[in-house]
Design a protein around this ligand. Structure first.
Ligand code: NOJ
Length: 554
């Protein structure tokens, strides 16, 4: 395998709106991010992915871009962005921006021009269809609910939006659209970006000609999965994009890819793949239901283990997954993958180590390193996220009472991860001197960076140790390039694996509150990490405490 600069890195996702507010308007901004670069460097972060901070009406919090060449004034200026790239560089860090090119905003000038002249050049930047009375061009359900078709203002046409109606899909079949996109990517790479996280990228290829599929809910619409399964040829777009942009700059690219087929893996992330890496969403999708969030099942420890191991096995050494516990679209991992009764610093550290030590590039989502938790919603009025509001309606339509619907969707709300970063125990968690745009989690007095920096047993200090171990010259090669082999896979509530390279490491997590004993396959030489102060040994066996995690060198 050809070694690449990103293989041994540690990445960190920033959700700019909620990270650090420098000017007291209640919204995080780029100067705020710059002020926290030392914190990130001290943690050991190398790559920073910024969720979108381009000009945007923020209908989907920046994933609706109205100008790809500008920074939204709420987040700062282009000078701030250039300053951030330069300050990161000084610290040997790389900045990734979010590449959101399946769709733009309906406030983008392309869309405005399409409305003004749907038969002209910009009409062909989108998917437009003539209106035919009440009949929709297709019966596809948008990811955010309702039909994917919306009237094109001032015309007798409709436009396609797989996401929100304020996010019209760009017509990738049109070479002029692709040229515009590549020009923009290169413009940013020229500014010194390390690369991009690539949003919703599999959606760029539509199954043409458009057709209906069997409806799967009372609304008469069907999931977009049907269309995506039928869409052939996304690789032509992706390879062209790679060759025209990332490749020339040796840029890192990580794709938001769901439902990939086994044959996709080598072409997506193998040598000379379309992307440098793609996220492992196997645990994220586990237990989800086609009916909606209200019907999702909790993920058990054994399911968690199996889906992560299966994902690792699918990839093998073909390429590198990007490993996550959570991101801005998900609830906090410590709520999703640990039961309410068992959530503690020990169980949070166990989850961290089990995920972090897998083969791939670890991504930490802001606040994950503190063990930040979901917010308790007491009313739907507290919800900002459009996906949650839609899923709430889906739950009501399925017959749940308002209380049940709130409880069901609160578990998955994207707002859980979007609450302001908890920096210290002063007002608003030190995130802003103004009024935060979204409620701060009241647990900030207990869970915050300042307190944890000073506590050698904190979750934050444990993350620092994990990162330091990944960078330790002695173990680095094994942790980055070594193989992953599950051990005792059938043992209930136990997740354990080898990392084998020039060293042999054994990672063992007791995924339950009760103790359990494991016999070691070989004596260990060193305990590289332990989330407890001690280790209970009984002749070649270890009696693990509840949620104990160990990284042993054999
Ligand atoms: C995936 C992004 O992560 C999510 O936040 C967004 O709503 C959709 N793509 C649409 O851009």
């Amino acid at each position: 395998m050809i070694k690449k600069w990103w293989h041994d890195k540690v990445a960190y996702q920033i959700y700019p709106k909620s990270f650090c507010d420098s000017n007291g308007d209640g919204i995080g901004d780029i100067p705020g991010i710059i002020s926290k670069l030392d914190y990130l460097q001290d943690l050991g972060v190398d790559i920073i992915w910024l969720s979108p901070c381009y000009s945007s009406p923020l209908a989907d919090q920046g994933y609706d871009i109205s100008d790809y060449y500008n920074i939204d004034p709420r987040f700062g200026t282009m000078e701030d962005m250039e300053h951030l790239i330069a300050e990161a560089k000084k610290r040997n860090m790389y900045i990734l921006m979010d590449l959101v090119v399946n769709h733009c905003s309906n406030e983008h000038e392309w869309f405005k021009k399409a409305c003004a002249d749907p038969d002209g050049k910009y009409g062909n930047f989108f998917y437009l269809r003539d209106k035919d009375g009440d009949k929709l061009p297709t019966n596809w359900r948008s990811y955010f609910g309702g039909s994917v078709w919306e009237d094109l203002p001032g015309t007798n046409k409709q436009y396609l939006h797989l996401f929100h109606k304020k996010q019209p899909d760009l017509n990738w079949e049109n070479p002029e659209v692709r040229e515009e996109i590549y020009k923009n990517i290169n413009w940013w790479l020229e500014k010194g970006l390390g690369g991009f996280r690539i949003d919703a990228i599999i959606n760029i290829k539509k199954a043409l000609p458009f057709r209906d599929y069997t409806p799967d809910r009372e609304d008469g619409l069907c999931s977009l999965d049907n269309m995506l399964k039928d869409a052939v040829g996304v690789g032509d777009f992706l390879s062209e994009m790679r060759d025209r942009t990332f490749k020339k700059y040796d840029a890192f690219s990580v794709g938001e890819v769901f439902n990939e087929k086994p044959e996709d893996i080598p072409v997506f992330i193998g040598e000379d793949g379309y992307f440098s890496s793609m996220f492992d969403f196997s645990a994220e999708v586990c237990g989800k239901s086609g009916k909606g969030w209200y019907d999702a099942k909790p993920v058990t420890p054994d399911e968690y283990k199996n889906c992560r191991f299966d994902a690792q096995a699918r990839i093998g050494d073909t390429g590198f997954l990007s490993n996550i516990i959570e991101n801005h679209d998900e609830p906090r991992g410590v709520n999703r993958y640990i039961s309410d009764e068992d959530r503690s610093d020990q169980s949070k550290k166990m989850l961290a180590a089990l995920s972090f030590m897998m083969r791939g590039i670890p991504f930490i989502y802001q606040g994950q390193e503190l063990g930040m938790e979901n917010l308790e919603f007491t009313s739907i009025e507290q919800v900002d996220d459009i996906a949650t509001l839609d899923e709430y309606q889906v739950a009501l339509d399925a017959g749940l009472s308002p209380e049940e619907a709130l409880k069901a969707v609160a578990k998955f709300s994207r707002d859980n991860a979007r609450t302001p970063m908890q920096w210290d125990n002063t007002e608003h968690a030190g995130f802003t001197t103004g009024t935060p745009w979204l409620n701060v989690n009241p647990n900030y007095t207990r869970i915050n960076a300042a307190t944890q920096q000073n506590d050698a047993d904190s979750v934050l200090r444990f993350y620092k140790k994990l990162i330091a171990l990944r960078k330790n010259e002695e173990y680095k090669n094994t942790i980055v390039y070594g193989s992953l082999e599950p051990v005792w896979r059938d043992r209930h509530n136990l997740m354990a694996y080898y990392r084998k390279g020039d060293k042999t490491l054994l990672v063992i997590g007791n995924y339950q509150k009760e103790e359990q004993t494991v016999g070691l396959p070989a004596p260990y030489k060193n305990v590289l990490l332990n989330n407890y102060d001690d280790l209970k040994e009984t002749d070649n066996a270890i009696k693990l405490y509840g949620y104990q995690v160990l990284i042993l060198e054999l």
